[in-house]
Design a protein around this ligand. Structure first.
Ligand code: AMP
Length: 285
C-alpha cells in the first residue's frame, strides 16, 4: 500500500488510473479505524478496481468548543489495518495544504443540515460537505462509500452530489455494531467501562421503539416518550436529541405511516454518541 500526503501526487495517480479505465473506490475517514470503517473499505473493494482511503481530521467540521486536538489518532495502526485490507492508497493530506492561507470557499447543503446534529453543531455539516467535495476533486472517485451511522451526513452528501452534478456514485453502508449492540465509533474510545454500559442504552432504546411499532404503536410522541425515558435512566447520559424524521427529507414525523428514521444523539461522559434506526410499521414498506 502506498501512502500519499501531497494533493498533487494524489491527483496525478488518480488521473493515471482514470486514463487507463481503472475505477476508483473511495472511503473518507478521520482515522482511528474500527470494523465499521473496514466494512466500508470492503464494500468499496467490491465496487471498484482500486481503493483509496483518506485519513484527515478535518478542522472545519469541529466547532469552537469541540476539541479537535483530543480526537483519537493512531496512524501507524491504521496504516497496518489498511494494508491488511488490500487498500491501494491511503491519502493523508496536511491540513495546511487542504486549507491554504486565505481559504474562503465552502459548500453548504441548506435544509437537510438544519435539524438534528445541525442544531447542536452549527457549521459542522458545512465543514463536512466542503472537505468531501475537496476530497472528491483530489481522489476523483467513481464510487464513495459512507456509513449510515452518520445518516444525516450521508443525506447531505447525496444532496450535494446531485445538486452540484458531481460525477461520483454514493453508496451507503449499514451501521456496524459491537457484539453487545453498541454502534462502532472512534469516539467510543472516550468511554470508561461504566459509561460503555450506559452507552448500550442507545441501541436498546432503538430496539424498544421497533418493538412498540411492531406491536401497533404509530404515535410518534408515545414512541419518543418511551425512548427518552429509557435513555434518561442511564447514569451520566444527557440526550442531545431523540427524533422521528422522514428518511429522505428529514421532515419531522408525528404519525408513522411508512419507513421512519429514529435518530439519537446523546452525551455519555465526554463522548457525543450517535445511533439511528429505520423503523417501518409492518406492511408499510
Ligand atoms: P469517521 O472516521 O467517523 O469520519 O467515519 C468515516 C466513515 O465511516 C463515515 O462514512 C462514517 O459514517 C463511517 N462509520 C463510522 N462508524 C461506522 C459504523 N459503526 N458503521 C458503519 N459506518 C461507520
Amino acid at each position: 500500500m502506498r501512502v500519499i500526503e501531497s494533493i498533487s501526487e494524489m491527483q496525478q495517480q488518480a488521473n493515471m488510473w482514470r486514463k487507463e479505465g481503472i475505477t476508483i473506490g473511495f472511503v473518507p475517514t478521520m482515522g482511528y479505524l474500527h470494523d465499521g470503517h473496514l466494512a466500508l473499505v470492503k464494500k468499496a473493494r467490491q465496487l471498484s478496481d482500486v481503493v483509496v482511503v483518506s485519513i484527515f481530521v478535518n478542522p472545519t467540521q469541529f466547532g469552537p468548543g469541540e476539541d479537535i486536538e483530543r480526537y483519537p489518532r493512531d496512524l501507524k495502526r491504521d496504516l497496518g489495518l489498511l494494508t491488511e485490507y488490500g487498500v491501494d492508497i491511503t491519502f493523508v493530506p496536511y491540513s495546511h495544504e487542504m486549507y491554504l492561507q486565505g481559504y474562503q470557499t465552502y459548500v453548504e447543503v441548506k435544509e437537510l443540515t438544519q435539524p438534528l446534529c445541525g442544531r447542536s453543531r452549527p457549521g459542522h455539516f458545512q465543514g463536512v460537505t466542503t472537505v468531501v467535495a475537496k476530497l472528491f476533486n483530489i481522489v476523483k472517485a467513481d464510487v464513495a462509500v459512507f456509513g449510515e451511522k452518520d445518516f444525516q451526513q450521508l443525506l447531505a452528501i447525496r444532496r450535494m452530489v446531485a445538486d452540484l452534478n458531481m460525477d461520483v456514485e454514493i453508496v451507503g453502508h449499514p451501521i456496524v455494531r459491537e457484539t453487545d449492540g453498541i454502534a462502532m465509533s472512534s469516539r467510543n474510545a472516550y468511554l470508561s467501562p461504566d459509561e460503555r454500559q450506559t452507552a448500550l442504552r442507545l441501541n436498546r432504546s432503538l430496539d424498544e421503539a421497533r418493538r412498540l411499532v411492531e406491536d401497533g404503536e404509530r404515535n410518534g410522541d408515545v414512541i419518543l416518550e418511551r425512548v427518552r425515558s429509557m435513555l434518561e435512566k442511564g447514569r451520566g447520559l444527557r440526550i442531545d436529541y431523540a427524533e422521528l424524521r422522514h428518511p429522505e427529507s428529514l421532515q419531522e414525523v408525528s404519525l408513522l405511516e411508512g419507513p421512519t428514521l429514529l435518530a439519537l444523539a446523546a452525551y455519555v461522559g465526554k463522548a457525543r454518541l450517535l445511533d439511528n434506526r429505520l423503523i417501518t410499521p409492518p406492511g408499510m414498506n
